[in-house]
Structure formats: C-alpha cells, structure tokens
Design a protein around this ligand. Sequence first.
Ligand SMILES: *Cc1c(COP(=O)(O)O)cnc(C)c1O
Length: 457
Amino acid sequence: MSDRNFSKETLERWDDEYVWHPFTPHSVYRDEQPLTVVAGDGHYLIDADGRRYLDAVGSIWCNLFGHRRREIDDAVREQLDHIAHSTLLGNTNDRPVLLAKRLLEWAPDNLGKVFYSDNGSTSVEIAMKMALQFWQQHDGGSQRQRTTFMGLANAYSGDTIGAVSIGGIDLFHARFGPMLFEAVRGPSPVTYHRLDDLTRKQAEEKFVAHFDEVLEKHADELAALVIEPGMQGAGGMVTYPDGFLAHAAQKVRDAGALLIVDEVAMGMGRSGRMFACQREGVDPDFLCVAKGLTGGYVPVAATLTTNRIYEAFLGPPEEGRTFFHGHTYTGNALGCAAALATLDIFEKEDVLPEVRRKEQVLAAHLESLWDHPNVGDIRQYGLAAGVELVAHRDTRETFDSTRRVGMKVCSAARDKGVFLRPLGDVIVLMPPLSITDDELKTLVEAIRYGIETVLDT
Ligand SMILES: *Cc1c(COP(=O)(O)O)cnc(C)c1O
C-alpha cells in the first residue's frame, strides 16, 4: 500500500512527464487545474489533497450509481474468486451469458441477440459491419448494393476510424479525412444557431425536410442510418424536434434500410426509460450500449440486434457467412458481473421513475439560469443537459474560442465542490442517476457561480 503515499506534487510531475491525455491540449492542461483523483465515495471524487468534488459528469457520462457502490464492488470482488476473464471466441462464460439474457429483458422486444465488445466506438462499428455483411448475405445478396451509411451532421459515435467516419463533428472529421470512409450526411438538428430569420418551429421543420430529402435520395443504396437517440451528446447536448426518432425510424423502414441507435450516452436509464428509443416506441435493428452498462466500472459494450440479422450469418463454416470480428476482452467476466449488479440496482430501486421525477427537478433549477444574460440556450433530455454560453444572447454571438469560457466556468465551479467538464462553451450536466435533489440544486448553483465569476467581473 506504500505506493499510495505519493504527494500530489509528485503525481502531477510524473503525470506531466509520462502521460498523454485524451482530448487534452497539453499546452494549457496544467494551468487549467486538472484533478488528480485518488479515490471516490458515492457521488464524489476525492483528489490527492483529500478534497471532494461532486462528479457532475459521471466520470464522462458512465457513472450511474456513484463510486464504490457496495453492490457493484461486491459483485466484482465475488467474481474475482471465480475468474476475471476467459475468451468468448468460440467458447463461453457464465457472466456474459447471464448478462445477455438480462439485457434483452430490458431491451425493445424485437431484439434477440447480444454481441459484446469493450467500448462505445466498437459497439457502433460492429453494428455497421454487421449491417454491411447482412446485406451481402440476406436473400441471396439481392440487395448487396446497400453499402452506404447515413449519419447526421454534428453526430458523434466515437473515435475509431469507422466511428469517426459516420460522425459529423468537423473538428474530428477534417483532420482524419484521408483515412475515413465516405458516408451520407444528413443535416444537424442544431436549431439554436440558425434562428436569425426563422422561428424555432420553422428551423425544426427545415431540419426534418432536409433529413427526409437526403434519406430519400439515397434510399436504394442505404445500408443503415446511425443516430444518437434523444440528444446528440458530444456535439453539444443538442436535442431533436419532438418525435423525430420515431419519424426517422419510419423513414428508414420505408427505405427498406436498417436503423442503428447509438445509445452509448443516452441508454442505461438516462432518458427515464432504460433505452432512449423506448421513450419514442422505436424498435431499432441495432442498439449500441456502452458507457453506463457496468455502472461506470469496467469497459464493457454491447451491440444488440434482431434474430433476423443474426440468421443471415448462419450457414456451413466454409460458406464464410460468419461474422469475423472480435476483441480479446469481449464479454469480460469482471465487467459483466459489474453490469449484472448494475441491472440489479435498476430493478431493486425502481430507478427509472425516479429519473423521470428528477428530470423535472433539474428542469426547474435550470430554468433559473435564464436570468443570466450570457446563457444563450438550455437543452435537456432526461437527466442530461447542456447550458450554452454566448457573448450576446440577442445575436447568439459565440465567445472567441481562445477565451476558453466553458473551461473557465467549470474550473470556477470547482470552488463550490463540483466537478464539470464542458463541450466548448456548453456546460454539460450528466450526473449519476442516483444524484439527490439537494445535489442537483448544488450543481446548478455551482454553474451559476461559475458563470458569474468568469463573466461578471
Ligand atoms: C462516448 C460515446 C461513444 C464512444 O464511446 P467510447 O466508449 O468512448 O468509445 C459513442 N457514441 C456516443 C453517443 C457517445 O457518447
């Protein structure tokens, strides 16, 4: 245990010397007071100085029921007494078997099979590869021309090449252009920055019409539409017009193509239903789940699909219809044990009605932020929200990005014991689902304090 006695200064020095952080501009990293976490306790992170911070982004959107949650800790410890990992390639293990059965009980009824991987990006790439191969093998390959994937502008499905290809965030896309495959890009549901000459309703109608037009144009070659249900997360916590997912699902069905819902961020209860597509009564062909699947403990992901898709992959091995894809840690037993304990909590504590109630509590607190003139937009879906800060509310003029306003507001909120991480100038709220009403209040007050500290002086 002696290696837990290093000082914060030592850890920071070694961090600077040895670690390259994801999505992190290292020239400003140290100045922006990064946390050096050494422990967690419920909804709080504990840093090397012993300070506690409310984990208001759920350790990047995956922690559902707090850190060191007894039931999940116990399940992982208990699993260690059996086995940590064994391969799912051509063999099985009891934990992933049980988890698949339990997940399908929660999922839309049309889904019948679970394919495991270990992160959100791969869960989406797997769905895309399955869709492509499905069209080669289904009905003797009569629709093998369906090789095109459609995604939306501003969408995010992860950082591997396939996931970036279908994503629509320019900042990530432009850089890696030469390595990406071509995808058809529908419009972005961002209406906020397009309101100059349109009402919100008109902007939404324009978005839907544009979406329909792109989809119809490519209907015959379309393999699948990939969409984040409920909210575009990394694109800035952007909501869709009401009922859009159901509309898109119908359009995809009319085109004879497949629907892939990327529930990596909004699945696992965030929407007040286990999966966001269930909130709109949508039955997808593929449902991708990762982040919260293990309660934020262990990287496990899953791609759920229908028996119809699965059956197109059956046949004698020599016909080569097998799905040739798999990762070493696919179906990891420790992770599946954590996921099973997570599902137990959903069942025992009746989590979903509570999420729907807290959605209202959060909405009421967020409402109070409107009286700050730099709050341009507030967007919420279930227990997820984004507060967009702008230089001028009237013109929706954004801040110069070099000011790093979002980052500074989050740093200031740290004074109030709240840990946040923004997306540009959008302050993101993705708290644990078990957050209390009092903590929701503290969280929104800390954001207000952060905004006032950075912008009112
Ligand atoms: C985070 C995220 C991903 C990628 O998941 P990783 O585990 O980081 O690879 C994919 N889709 C959505 C909607 C996400 O929020």
